[in-house]
Design a binder for this molecule. Structure first.
Ligand code: SAH
Length: 396
């Protein structure tokens, strides 16, 4: 018997707009006792076919849509087709011109909810974040091996969001062996990536083009890079001719990677300094010491994973941006980011405007930024636009 998810009356609107999530509160009834990971046919209360989706009994997001087509079966062929299309999209945009590391599959935005695949040279890293993707994990591994021929496929399914989906954490190599060190190339720079222990899948690929932009703005400047992780923005700023770069992160492991990446590019010529500290504290200290900078980069972790955390997150963003503005010399540049899905573009800009006002600084937006094009955003899924950035110039 076909497993079915029948919606409550009137709850099909978001699906008709092709939004791929069904929240548990929208379910009228289930037929055929689906288990987590099973494919269900989604129908309106009137019985109209809407989609085929992966069911999850444990999650608030009770189903994620695989396909809107009634005549499309969700089987190995379906995944082969979706993964092939994701690879083709990257090829057609020429993303490989920027280096040998990129996101190959970006979850919902590539029609594969819960599946992330990043390429680091010869290594693929897979992150499985939903019950549906978990069910098809082995199939997808086989398809990736066949289509990409990597030396290694490693799984990093240990994001906090796994718990929300009722899935256990997993971190291990599925195919081949992880090379050590694993070096990637990005816009002509080299980076060591720690796929097994690093953050996310090892590197923040989404910031690739924003790092290049910051590098181009760094000539002759005193740069402050807050939340530097493995030194991405710092390495670009050093290559861009910065006079000095102070990098701050709370993680000593991240700073070790950052130092290594500075060395790897032959940029360890005395201009770079690393500090292990809480940025919220460090910025106050720098202010009390009357320090100032020409380029300040703020790329904090997700303060608001969902909209429910938005208010607390807003206070965090306001605080660091206010301090960032205060540390900026007249004519200086602030590059500020939020990767919180729960904070939209407009709200982020409002928070930053409030911070400038409280810091008594006039500023202009000179760039509005998002994630690199290998992290596309499906028009019907605005939640995909998690990364937003503003580059602002303080009035001189
Ligand atoms: N800009 C980086 C990515 C930053 S990720 C890049 O381009 O690669 C966010 C970083 O913030 C992580 O490295 C994490 O260790 C660090 N972090 C989180 N909370 C922090 C805090 N309160 N103070 C300092 N660093 C923090």
């Amino acid at each position: 018997m076909t497993r079915k998810l029948i919606l409550k009356a009137g709850r099909e609107k978001s699906l008709l707009r092709r939004h791929p999530w069904i929240f548990s509160g929208a379910i009228g009834r289930l037929e055929g006792s689906p288990a987590s990971g099973d494919t269900v046919e989604v129908r309106s209360a009137q019985g109209a076919f809407l989609a085929r989706a992966a069911y999850n009994a444990q999650s608030q997001i009770a189903a994620r849509v695989w396909t809107w087509q009634e005549d499309r079966a969700v089987d190995a062929g379906f995944f082969r087709d979706r993964i092939s299309r994701a690879l083709e999209m990257r090829r057609s945009l020429g993303i490989a011109r920027s280096g040998n590391a990129m996101r190959l599959v970006h979850g919902e935005s590539d029609g594969l909810p819960g599946l992330i695949v990043d390429r680091y040279g010869e290594v693929l890293v897979m992150q499985v974040g939903s019950a549906g993707a978990e069910r098809w994990r082995d199939t997808c591994t086989d398809i990736l091996q066949e289509l990409c021929g990597p030396a290694c496929i490693h799984e990093r399914s240990d994001a906090d969001s796994r718990a929300l989906e009722g899935l256990p954490e997993r971190n291990g190599t599925l195919r081949g062996n992880l090379p050590e060190p694993l070096l990637i190339e990005e816009h002509g720079l080299r980076f060591a990536v720690d796929v097994a222990h690093g953050q996310k899948t090892g590197f923040y690929l989404d910031q690739r083009d924003n790092r290049a932009l910051a590098g181009a703005l760094a000539q002759g400047k005193n740069v402050l890079n807050c939340f530097c992780y493995s030194g991405g923005f710092s390495v670009y700023a050093l290559r861009g001719g910065a006079a000095s770069v102070l990098s701050i992160d709370a993680s000593e492991e991240a700073l070790q990677l950052a130092r290594r990446n500075v060395e790897l590019n032959g940029l360890d010529d005395g201009r770079a300094e690393c500090q292990c500290a809480d940025v919220f504290v460090a910025l106050r200290k720098l202010r009390d010491q009357n320090r100032s900078f020409d380029l300040v980069i703020l790329d904090p972790p997700k303060f608001a994973p969902t909209a429910a955390f938005a208010e607390k997150a807003a206070r965090g963003y306001k605080d660091i941006n206010l301090l960032g503005f205060k540390l900026l010399r007249p004519g200086g540049i602030l590059a500020t980011f939020s990767c919180s899905g729960g904070i939209g573009d407009d709200l982020f800009q409002k928070i930053v405007a409030g911070a400038a006002l409280d810091a008594a600084v006039d500023a202009q937006i000179v760039h509005k930024l998002g994630a690199a094009p290998d992290h596309p955003v499906l028009l019907s899924f605005p939640e995909g636009a998690y990364l937003k950035g503003l580059v602002l110039r303080r009035a001189s």
